[in-house]
Each structure stands twice: as C-alpha cells, then as structure tokens.
Design a protein around this ligand. Structure first.
Ligand SMILES: NC(=O)c1ccc[n+]([C@@H]2O[C@H](COP(=O)([O-])OP(=O)(O)OC[C@H]3O[C@@H](n4cnc5c(N)ncnc54)[C@H](OP(=O)(O)O)[C@@H]3O)[C@@H](O)[C@H]2O)c1
Length: 311
C-alpha cells in the first residue's frame, strides 16, 4: 500500500513513519513543507494527480498550546481549514480511496459529558481558547465523513487525546503541557532554582497518550475494511495537572516547590475520552504515563546534547 504521510516531520507524522517503515507492506510517500505547502491548492492538486497514493495519513497541521492558540486564532483557523479542504478534496478528485484524518479530543464541546464519546461532537459550545483550531479540525473531520457518505470512499478520522513523546515541541511559550513542564523543571534544576510556577490551578483532569501508541492505532485502522467514521484514541489513564507536574518534577529530579498561578487559564475542566470503539477493533495502549515521561525526558536530554531539540 502506497501511503502519503502528510506532516511526516511532526511528532505524529514521524511516529507513523517510524512504525509503517518497519513493515514492507507499506511504501511511504513523504514531502516536506518546502516541497509541498499544503495550503497551496494547485500544488496539492498536482501532487495527488502525479502520485496517486493508495492512502493518505494526514498528520499535517498548525498545532500549539493554549497561548499560541489564543494569540493566533485566525492563523489556526485559516491554515488548518485550508490544508484539510485542499487535501481531502484533491485526494478524492484524483481517485484516492483511503484517507485517515487526525482530529483531536480538544474539538469536542467544552462541557461534553465524560467520558467523551464520539457522538458528542458538535453538541455544545467549544472551548474559547482554541476555537479557531477546533472549527478547522471539525471541517476536516466532517469532510471525511461526508465524502465517505456521498462517494463511498474510505475516508475516516481518529481523535487522539493530548499526545506526548519523541519529536515533541519544547518551545518555551508554544509547547503543550508535558514538554513545557519537563523543560521548565529541567531549566530550574540546572539553574538551581527553588520553585517553578505552573499555569492554572492544577485542578483540570487530563489524559495523555504516548505518540507511538497513536501510530499503532493509525496502522490498525488503516488496515480495516470498514473503519469507524470517527474513533477516539486515549490511554484510559486520567491525571490532574497538579499530579502530572509532580510526576514531571520527579522524572527530571527537580526537588523545589511547585507554585500554581491561578491567574492563568485552566482550559477545559476535564477531558477523558471513551475509547470503546478503537478498543473494539483490537487496539490497546502500551506505554503508560510514568514510563512515557521517563522516555521523553531521556529523549529531551539526547536531543539537547546534540543541539537538535525542537523548540
Ligand atoms: N500534539 C498533540 O497533542 C495532538 C493531540 C491531538 C491531536 N493532534 C493532531 O495530530 C496531528 C499532528 O500533530 P503534531 O503534534 O504531530 O504536530 P506537529 O509536530 O506540529 O507537526 C505538524 C506537521 O505539519 C506540517 N505542516 C504544518 N503546516 C504545513 C503546511 N502548510 N504544509 C505542509 N506541512 C505543514 C509541519 O511541517 P514542518 O515540519 O515544516 O513544520 C509538521 O511536520 C494534528 O492534526 C493535530 O491536530 C495532536
């Protein structure tokens, strides 16, 4: 199966490439952003006509944490919508019959009933801090669903919970919570600081998935004849931000005090997804949080020492 992995240099895309490249049944087709800017409609059309992949795994997106999302909502909305529209439509037009789109559990309604089931999509107001990103992602997901319904193509989506793992972004302001915490504790340890401030109250409950486990869900559903239209992918392990921060501090070996800055936004109070559908097709997570954090920190140290840290 010839598979175009869009966004192969990102955290998810590189995990998908790592896994699929071990299996000779998959022939990978990749393009860097310089070679194919997915916001460029005519370039995307030409690419699909020329390459005709059997399947697309769409891991390209503009992605960021609360600060980046709330500062640049227009760019998050525009770029993610245009990339999805260009890729889904051009893929269909050129005869591609399989397309796996990556949504995210942060596009469910802010106050969705927990655990969040796939059916709660678009049943309530979105989280304001990432509204632009969410509307764009809902467009991509709905395009897959509606093209599947109208044209019978196997276009479907996975909805991963918060991800972490190799290739994560350690930018001091634009990173997600786990790389952000690991980096701040590491820097504080190196500088001999006695306390680290964590954004928000520490009370929100979250679920995290090691990115290689998501890649396994991609591989699993890519081989199903009739995959679920939309399927959540989560670890089933729920943790408060306060406990997560303590775990990150322990992994790094930071022994100072943790201070919670309640003037900063918390985001959604609880986010835990229902994973019955994906478990029903045989997928299971393998890497639990403590082990995953330790693997991440080792990777962080390796990349830092090589000057190759993504930030
Ligand atoms: N990270 C999470 O916690 C999380 C959670 C749930 C869902 N997801 C979803 O998983 C997917 C991948 O996320 P990620 O964390 O892997 O993001 P990432 O590490 O930032 O990777 C995104 C990739 O998209 C590429 N890209 C962005 N704009 C592009 C453009 N205009 N043309 C071509 N390529 C472009 C980037 O290329 P460059 O390398 O050139 O920048 C990068 O390779 C996204 O759909 C995201 O919504 C992520």
């Amino acid at each position: 199966m010839k598979v175009f992995v869009a966004g192969h240099r990102g955290m998810v895309g590189s995990a998908v490439v790592r896994l699929l490249s071990e299996d000779p049944r998959f022939e990978l087709n990749i393009r860097s952003r310089d070679q194919l800017d997915l916001t460029n409609q005519s370039a995307v059309e030409k690419f699909f006509v020329a390459e005709k992949p059997d399947a697309v795994v769409f891991c390209a997106a503009r992605v960021g944490g609360i600060l980046a999302n709330s500062t640049f909502p227009a760019e998050f909305l525009y770029e993610n919508t245009v990339m999805a529209i260009n890729a889904v439509h051009s893929a269909w037009q050129s005869g591609v019959t399989r397309f796996l789109y990556l949504g995210s559990t942060c596009i469910y309604p802010r106050l969705a009933a927990q655990p969040i089931s796939e059916s709660s999509l678009m049943t309530g107001s979105l989280e304001q801090t990432n509204e632009g990103y969410a509307i764009a992602k809902i467009t991509g997901l709905k395009m897959c669903s509606l093209y599947r319904r109208q044209y019978g193509v196997c276009f479907h989506s996975l909805m991963p919970t918060n991800l972490y793992g190799p290739g994560d972004n350690y930018h001091s302001e634009n990173s997600h919570v786990i790389p952000g915490l690991l980096r701040r504790f590491h820097d504080a340890k190196v500088a001999g600081l006695s306390e680290v401030t964590v954004w928000g109250s520490g009370n929100p409950l979250r679920e995290f998935l090691y990115v290689d486990d998501l890649a396994a869900a991609v591989k699993c559903t890519l081989q199903l004849e009739d995959p679920p239209d939309v399927a959540n992918v989560g670890s089933g392990e729920e943790v408060s931000i306060r406990d997560l921060a303590a775990m990150c501090a322990a992994v790094v070996g930071f022994e100072g005090r943790l201070v919670f800055d309640t003037s900063k936004p918390d985001g959604t109070p609880r986010k835990f997804c229902d994973t019955q559908l994906i478990r029903g097709v045989g997928w299971r997570p393998r890497v639990m949080l403590r082990e995953g954090l330790a693997l991440c920190y080792q990777q962080f140290l390796r990349e830092s020492s090589l000057g190759a840290l993504r930030s």
